[in-house]
Design a protein around this ligand. Sequence first.
Ligand code: NAD
Ligand code: ZN
Length: 347
Amino acid sequence: MRAVVVNGTRDVSVEKVADPVLAGPDGAIVQVTASALCGSDLHFYEGEFPAVGLRPGHEVVGTVVEVGADVGRIAVGDRVLVSPVIGCGRCAGCRAGNPIDCVGGGVRVLGGDVGLPGGHAEAVAVPAADAWLLPVPEDVSVDHAVLLTDALPTGWTAATRADISPGATVLVIGLGPVGLYALQAAQVLGAGRILAADRVPERLAMAERLGAEPIDATRGDLAEQVRAATGGLGADAVIEAVGQDATLSAAIASVRSSGTVSVVGVDANFAFPIAVPLLLIRNVTLRFTTAPVAATWPTLIPLIRYGRLIPVDVFTHRMPLSEAAAGYRTFADRTDGCLKVLFDPTR
Ligand code: NAD
Ligand code: ZN
């Protein structure tokens, strides 16, 4: 089959690779019908995490074409959502629905390490299929299904972990799909005022159309702009959806005393300096989160179904998988108004 392979920094190509095989008797093979590019793929593409030989792609929907002997809930022919965040599926943590708590080998991300090839490919092997696949409900569109594999769960989880009380002032830093969905989630959770920061004019405009107040991060210090907008207080809740030292620092500097910073942006810095005394004296809560994707589906699917959450359309680019190298480049450079790319692996 064909799959995207990372060859080096800013170098990916579509290669002929071996067809996936079952990860074990609890595994399944999913033929991919659509897969999307995410900001997380850029950390590999830009060389922030070493990734030569990695097969990326963790936002996948498809059709089950093979199941192992122990799979019971999922059958060949099912159209499924794939949770890219995967645990053993059997331990207490996984059985409670949260792969982050997996103690049977620990949490892994599809397309996140060389040993677990991802879904920018014609097909993908999913371990513990009963736990991490869900038949797509009839009334969920393909676009929404793809978004439910990562961007929506991550935005939602970022907001739920930001301690947003009704009427609160929320700052969202980073208005890629994850930040935009965090913004919409904050609205569902009752935020009053939402400040939304980015550097890209179209993304700021999109946040403004959604009812937020844009803050252009290219116009001087972000935290100063937030303090100026809040009478010196800062935001009650801050969501960091970029993943850089500068934006993480800005998030911490923008939160009010006794407020919460909820971080989902993936900063590759293992030694980020935290000014402990400042956080301590100001009673700041700091949370870091990997979205427990499958655990969010029972919440997000009804919110979408009954129109409480109408995910803003983010797919600006739809292209054949064969053009993945160009797709990665356009997405990384944020040229051509690119916000999110959807690949068609049949072409
Ligand atoms: P994206 O690349 O589309 O969005 C990032 C946004 O940050 C862009 O709009 C960019 O213009 C903006 N930005 C960059 N520098 C900035 C600055 N200095 N100030 C303000 N804005 C700035 O990515 P995405 O798909 O929306 O993902 C966002 C982040 O979330 C990434 O780091 C990604 O790895 C991470 N992520 C985390 C999880 C999780 O489970 N924790 C899941 C998915 C994505
Ligand atoms: Zn993702």
